[in-house]
Design a binder for this molecule. Structure first.
Ligand code: NI
Length: 137
């Protein structure tokens, strides 16, 4: 890592104590690593806020016995086919399915895809993991 830059930061003692405690609790290494993680998290949040090209994972849980649910979910995904990189379907038990959708594209479109899936009747749970393509961080 020849492109590292060192810089001094002035922070209140109490804030540093709290930060060090958090680092120990989360086992996230040293202060430098923890600060890098915080900066990256903020940059990724900014990528989403500015509607940049991002990556994300949508996880949803649904009961496949629900009438027409599968065909509705499939129709939504076909409408957003340009965003979807991969999907995986796991049969959790007799009724419940877990589906993971990996997406890459404009942040607002990925959010729209997630909201359309979430609002489909019969979907029990949906989580959107707002990640990054990794280029800006
Ligand atoms: Ni299934």
């Amino acid at each position: 890592m020849g492109n590292l830059i060192r810089f001094g930061v002035s922070i209140e003692k109490q804030l540093v104590s709290g930060f060090d405690a958090l680092i120990r609790k989360r086992k996230c290494g040293n202060r430098s690593e923890a600060i890098r993680d915080l900066i990256r998290r903020e940059l990724v949040e900014q990528e989403w806020a500015e509607d940049n090209v991002v990556a994300g994972a949508i996880t949803l849980i649904y009961d496949h016995h629900k009438r027409e649910l599968l065909s509705k979910l499939t129709a939504v995904q076909h409408n957003f086919q340009h965003l979807i990189i991969a999907t995986q379907h796991i049969h959790l038990d007799h009724s419940n399915c877990l589906e993971m959708i990996a997406a890459k594209g404009k942040a607002a479109e990925i959010k729209e895809l997630a909201e359309l899936l979430r609002s489909t009747k019969g979907v029990k749970h949906l989580a959107l993991n707002a990640a990054t393509t990794g280029r800006g961080v």
